[in-house]
Write a protein of this length. Structure first.
Length: 146
């Protein structure tokens, strides 16, 4: 089950870090992430937790998201704005983003040819890829039609 597998990944990561305790707040934050859709910022996740009666500080939400990123449960992006955006990475295929600078819409895409080109480019430099993300900024079709 998704939830148990994700819990195990976080538990192992906390253990490996040694000094970090597996507090219920961290798992409540993980739950909220697993239930999330799309690309959210710290504020939105914090607000959702508080609304659901979870007592956490914004600092805990922030550093737990960093932990979830370290163990691959969450991806972190910096799109057009100054705040970081996060999204659930667990159980989701690798993908890239097109960002509309007018309405802020985020369109996800995958492309096998693009993946191969990235591998080719990296191989040419003897570079071993850990992760890649492509962001295309511009105007979406809805905004173009206006
Ligand atoms: Zn748009
Ligand atoms: Zn995405």
């Amino acid at each position: 089950m998704e939830k148990q597998a994700a819990y195990a990944i976080l538990t192992d990561h906390l253990k490996a870090q040694g000094k970090l305790r597996a507090t219920p707040e961290r798992f409540a934050i993980l739950d909220a992430v697993l239930q999330s859709q799309g690309h959210f910022d710290v504020e939105a996740l914090y607000y959702r937790l508080i609304t659901n009666g979870v007592k956490v500080s914004k600092a805990t939400v922030y550093n737990t998201l960093e932990l979830l990123q370290e163990c691959g449960l969450v991806s972190k992006y910096r799109f057009a704005e100054n705040t970081s955006r996060y999204e659930k990475a667990f159980g989701r295929p690798h993908h890239h983003h097109m960002i509309c600078l007018n309405c802020g819409d985020i369109i996800e895409f995958t492309n096998d040819r693009l993946e191969r080109i990235q591998e080719e480019v990296a191989a040419g430099e003897d570079f071993s890829i850990q992760s890649t993300t492509i962001q295309i900024f511009g105007t979406c079709s809805k905004c173009t039609k206006k």
